[in-house]
Design a binder for this molecule. Structure first.
Ligand code: NDP
Length: 324
């Protein structure tokens, strides 16, 4: 496994990490979740991603039980949570980024995950109803209490992140260390355009999500079969519509041709492509089956196959490079 610095911070995260969205506490059994974490940890994965909103808090409960039963040394893993969406009991002060919810959500996540501190704590979305200053102070309170070690954002705009950095500077506080954006061959603007200054000037780290665009970039949907996938989950109709898009499917089919020429699974080509970007600190993998995770964890093997020529062919197929 390769380890990368989380931006300019001193924390090292495995280039491939494991997330639990839609899977833990929802799509898969607790036994499969345990197997997935075991396989990942044994392969050198040291970062496990979670959020209060995943399966309404159940994802953290499942992960907490696994961390406890596996008895891994606390120093050997990095675990995250995210605040914003709340859990099943929604209410005006049970969501968002107010000081009240940030502090209460952190305490609740610590209980569900059964840990004394979170290594990473993310603001899961920007909150238009809370001044950024209030959230920066709340995160710094948690830092001072030792309940979190690094804080960051997810799907914030560059200007919102800049504002948080500015507030932190103004009061001598600690600003965001990392952002968690979507990044894959179909979704590139934030990582390759909008955030460039934040990487260069502020050393922002990134923990990127949906590297396979929910499985589309593994090539599995080109035949149209969706059985036994996340697209069949209740409430995921919006995702099904987004993934089974004619234009995207055509591109995935062409990419599959390229992967076939290279004699590698398309999932590994798509994941390796994400890792090629030096501003990616870690690629968060998702998996509902152990075979998927085992395949994805060998991605670094195909890294040398991504020559300039192959990268050019990918660009020709995708046509998704942002115009700078
Ligand atoms: P991906 O885009 O990689 O999708 C993972 C899914 O694709 C798997 O669960 C599986 O779905 C399918 N899959 C994975 N590997 C293969 C393979 N080799 N062959 C065929 N199918 C495969 O990542 P996620 O969308 O799961 O995101 C990863 C993590 O990022 C999440 O767990 C979460 O921690 C984080 N995240 C953060 C968000 C944020 O707002 N901050 C939003 C979304 C995710 P299936 O069961 O359908 O087969």
């Amino acid at each position: 496994m390769e380890y990368r610095r989380l931006g300019k911070s001193g924390l090292q995260v495995s280039a491939l990490s494991l997330g639990s969205w839609l899977t833990f506490g929802q799509q898969i059994s607790d036994k499969t979740a345990d197997e997935l974490m075991g396989i990942a940890y044994d392969a050198g994965v040291n970062f496990f991603d979670n959020a209060e909103g995943y399966a309404e808090g159940k994802s953290e409960e499942v992960m907490g039980k696994i961390l406890k039963s596996r008895k891994w040394e606390r120093e050997s893993f990095v675990v995250s949570s995210k605040v914003f969406f709340g859990t099943e009991n929604k209410g005006p002060n049970r969501v968002g980024l107010s000081r009240k919810h940030v502090i209460e959500a952190c305490n609740a996540a610590l209980k569900r995950l059964q840990v004394d501190y979170l290594d990473l704590y993310f603001c899961h979305r920007p909150d238009k109803n809370t001044p950024i200053e209030e959230t920066v102070w709340a995160m710094n309170t948690l830092l001072q209490q030792g309940k979190i070690l690094y804080w960051g954002t997810s799907e914030w705009s560059a200007s919102e992140i800049m504002e948080a950095i500015g507030v932190a500077k103004q009061y001598n506080l600690i600003g965001p260390t990392m952002e968690q954006p979507q990044y894959n061959l179909l979704e590139r603007n934030k990582m390759e355009n909008e955030y460039l200054l934040l990487f260069k000037e502020y050393g922002l780290g990134t923990t990127i999500w949906s590297p396979l665009a929910s499985g589309l970039l593994s090539g599995k949907y080109t035949s149209g079969i969706t059985k036994d996938t996340r697209l069949e989950l209740k409430g995921m109709e919006w995702l099904k519509d987004a993934v089974l898009n004619e234009e995207k499917l055509k591109k995935a089919e062409k990419l599959q041709g390229l992967a076939d020429e290279l004699n590698i699974p398309l999932a590994k080509l798509s994941l390796a492509w994400c890792l090629k970007n030096p501003n990616v600190s870690t690629v968060i993998l998702g998996a509902s089956k152990t075979a998927q995770l085992k395949e994805n964890l060998t991605t670094l093997e195909v890294f040398p196959l991504l020559t300039e020529e192959v990268l050019t062919s990918i660009e020709e197929i995708m046509q998704t490079k942002p115009h700078l």
